[in-house]
Ligand binder design. Structure first.
Ligand code: FAD
Length: 377
């Protein structure tokens, strides 16, 4: 294929696109803002789903490598009420279709599967110019410039490339997450470790909740979730970690000690994550030579699908380009025709899941949803 391909962003979506193209003998270059693969901790577990993320890994020829990094027992799920009483407890019997893997290990597998010069680290796009005929010129913060025949924005929530196709901007959804970690939990935080169990814990009430995950080596990774105005989260000084933790913990006065300790015993600086989303129906008219994938295309509230969708988009875009070599526009049209309804469906689901977790019927709404999953599996 003579077309030069520039992918902006070495997240899971951009890497999957480059890998599937590579498997089919098509070269692409990924330009990534971060200085190196290790510039930022890639913490957290991702459950990779049979119907999207796993299909992408198969297309990438990396499914066996993925199986090697599965965290055994990670699919266990329980729901507690605010007093710590167990409302639902599903052990991981190995039969679920959503095995958990560490995000960093998954990204590493993709990175290692690409030729060494595929990712250009330290290349933050600062300007993009349409040159006509579907070509684009890119300028990077380090002063470098390139032109490309095909430009793919895989540059995440605050995509720079998105503006070429759409005026949409992510807006705050009314919920903020605050991230905390406990380490060596089986010896040092026994009550919290017992409350979380072997996999995921959800303790949800209308407007506030605690979601925690057991990660390898007894790490407990928590997302405190609060329906609050953006001003509220902005007013907390997270440069003062102890004060910030205390301010967040106040919201959970009266909750079981083992649950509240997931906040008060936090051993890393708490990280605020105000949740933003693009419009559910975000789509654009065909613009020659450029498209988007992953969060750049369809940022949505966390529903457990974002990384899966980004990888699936990457694989699907690669397949469209492979099937239509020599005709980029036909390939992009075919890719976007499937992308838009798929993204809108998942974005609607994400809105629903946020309501199931933090809406007026929580936690029963969550118990019902998880019980249904179990019945279907
Ligand atoms: C709190 C939270 C929890 C989540 N939990 C889950 C989960 O359990 N399961 C799940 O599937 N999803 C989850 N998600 C969603 C998931 O993290 C994202 O949907 C996914 O990472 C999107 O992948 P991506 O490749 O599109 O973008 P990203 O992973 O964001 O990658 C984009 C890349 O582009 C680079 N970049 C950005 N701007 C530029 C630029 N100008 N120039 C060059 N490079 C640039 C960035 O440095 C980054 O490396 C969660 C999200 C949040 C906020």
């Amino acid at each position: 294929m003579d077309t030069s391909i520039a992918i902006i962003g070495a997240g899971l979506g951009g890497l999957t696109l480059a890998r599937v193209l590579h498997v089919h003998g098509i070269a692409a270059t990924i330009y990534e803002a971060e200085a190196s693969a290790d510039a930022r901790a890639q913490g957290g577990m991702l459950d990779i789903h049979e119907n999207n993320g796993q299909l992408a890994l198969k297309a990438a020829g990396l499914f066996d490598r993925f199986v090697e990094i599965i965290h055994p027992g990670g699919q266990a799920t329980r729901v507690l009420d605010k007093d710590g009483a167990v409302l639902l407890d599903h052990p991981d019997d190995g039969s679920g279709g959503r095995p958990e893997v560490p995000r960093g290990a998954l990204r590493r597998i993709l990175l290692d599967s690409l030729p060494a010069d595929t990712v250009r680290w330290g290349h933050k796009v600062t300007e993009v110019a349409a040159l006509g005929g579907g070509r684009h010129g890119l300028t990077f913060a380090n002063g470098a410039t390139v032109t490309t025949d095909l430009l793919v924005g895989a540059d995440g929530a605050w995509s720079k490339i998105r503006a070429l196709v759409s005026d949409a901007r992510p807006t705050y959804v009314g919920t903020s997450f605050i991230e905390t970690y406990l380490f060596d939990s089986d010896t040092r935080h026994k009550a919290s470790a017992a409350a979380v169990g072997g996999g995921a814990l959800f303790a949800m009430t209308p407007g506030k909740g605690i979601a925690a995950h057991r990660e390898p080596d007894g790490v407990l990774h928590t997302y405190v979730q609060l329906n609050k105005p953006k001003d509220w989260i902005d007013s907390i000084d997270f440069s003062e970690p102890a004060t910030a933790l205390a301010r967040v913990a106040e919201e959970f006065d009266g909750w079981a000690v083992a649950l509240k300790a997931l906040i008060t015993d936090g051993e890393t600086d708490p990280v605020p994550r105000p949740i933003h989303a693009l419009p559910v129906e975000h789509r654009w008219s065909r613009v020659p030579g450029v498209t988007l994938l992953g969060d750049a295309a369809h940022l949505m509230a966390p529903s457990g699908e974002g990384a899966n969708l980004a990888m699936f988009d990457g694989a699907e875009l690669a397949k469209a380009l492979i099937a239509n070599q020599g005709n980029v526009e036909v390939a992009l049209l075919a890719y976007e025709k499937e992308l838009f309804p798929r993204s809108a469906f998942e974005a609607r689901e994400a809105v629903g899941i946020l309501d199931i977790c933090l809406g007026s019927d929580a936690p029963q709404s969550l118990v019902d949803m998880l019980a249904n999953y179990q019945a279907v599996e």
